[in-house]
Design a protein around this ligand. Sequence first.
Ligand code: G6P
Length: 586
Amino acid sequence: MCSIIGYYGKETAAPIIVKGLKRMEYRGYDSVGVATESNNQIGLKKGIGKVEEVNAKVHLEGLPGKIGIGHTRWATHGKVTDANAHPHPSTSGKIAIVHNGIIDNFQELKNDLEKEGYQFKSDTDSEVIANLLQRNLENVKNIKETIIKTVSELKGHYSFVAMFENGQLAAVRFHEPLIIGVGKNEFFLSSDVLGFIEYTDDAIYLDNRNFVIIDDDKMQILDFEGNSVKIEITKVSKEFADAYKGDYAHFTLKEIYEQNETILRSGEKTLDAIEKTADYIKHAKNIFVTGSGTSYNSALIAKQILSKYAKIKVEPIISSELQFSPDSIEPNSILIAISQSGESADVLEAVNIAKQKNCKIISIVNLLTSSLARESDVVIGMNCGPEIGVAATKSFTSQLGILYRIVEKLSNGSFTVDFKEISNSISKILENPYKIQQIAKDIKDISDIYVLGRGIHYPVAIEAALKLKELTYIHAEGIPGGELKHGPLALMDSNVFVIIINPNDATYSDMLTSAREIKARGAKIIGISDQESDVYDYWIEIPKTNESTYLISEIIPIQLLSYYAALEKETDPDYPRNLAKSVTVK
Ligand code: G6P
């Protein structure tokens, strides 16, 4: 989603803001802007494109002053245009804001403000915040009361930073993340610790319905009723500062290659929480698992492996769907929420619904300081380090690693996982990407790919299709192998590629039959298997392992294929068009 940042200190603000925005670009990257205050005047520059491009064009870093705000956008209201890029000044130009989230009642507010003579230059919902602040400040003359009045008028989910021409900064959190970095004689306001981790690891995680005013080198935190809030500083793990590509061309490639290591670390620092989770599950009447995107695909795998290896029934729920069928969750159940970022609005909404039903919340999350972690009764950390590439890769396999560990605990010794062996399998696949690079060349111009899997491998097929969509923009679909004859076979012809996930387990011979049926219709077959077959036009070999751990080996070549096909198509694998890593709006 959008990223917002504010700086108040002794250094020139603009370069610090630009650097922070670059680090947070994974949250949205269609346009960017910076505003600073200098000599009681606000200067502002913005434009469409990525931070580097816009900075090269308009020299964002050149803005003077030691106080400033910045933004990278992921468009929700209004097209990707210069005018819609943030910051947005108020009509008088004396206030500028950056906003993340959605203002649901912006149209009514805009109509009212326009009647009163306020002007709007963009199609965004965000601009109403700037003009509301101006109107309220003109009436109440103090920033605290201005913010309290303004938030009482806004509906929706938002966080914003406002800068006033006298150099005061204010930032508000309402259901969107906002973190304060506390440095020596300086303050940072940011959507993510990555915005300031280079300068300080002292952070304050603002609670929902809290705001901060920074003025005269001092900071004051208040709630929406105007009461002072106690300041609690948390030390942020420096590990999250390590968000550099190193020698890799892209974060996505780096993150794919880290998996032989991250799988060993999955859940490692929160083994007690895994133990506790197993205990909760053992005594629960009903268990639900939720997530969005890739994390939902992990939820599908949770259902498969818990029922198969631990005889425990769990029901996966797409987070964004729960609001339409809240009764599908029984009171006093357990909800396992899976989310890399811990900030996906849909997941937080699902958690909120479950909490109202008195459910216990267990989260599997990478960012232990995230909103989801803070809402949970038990938190299991993925421990895979920052994932910057928008398409989830290492977080997916870490989620599976944790699910394996939970199943191990619940299976009374009948299910064990050799993580070292999985790690070796991953290394082996990654050692030899050349064949996959060749296949990437051959799929680059096709318009449809189908991915077939059966049993526990079907959710991997769905995840594989998601990777192909996200990174290559090729239409891709995961299909349960057995369903081929019930419809999808009609789509097979010589223009189509089909990936067959075919480890040598109980699903093997049926999958081979499906492959032959497809081949007979002229489609090209890519077989992912430990066993070669004449039916494959391309064979991607995965090491022989046991049934459950094949899951991880299967997804690695498809992550690589998606990455290399993106390069062939000259798209940016780290920042696929129209997507954002952490979707903090509903
Ligand atoms: C976005 C990303 C996906 C990701 C999903 C869930 O849609 O583009 O790649 O899988 O969010 O993210 P989470 O952080 O909740 O796991």
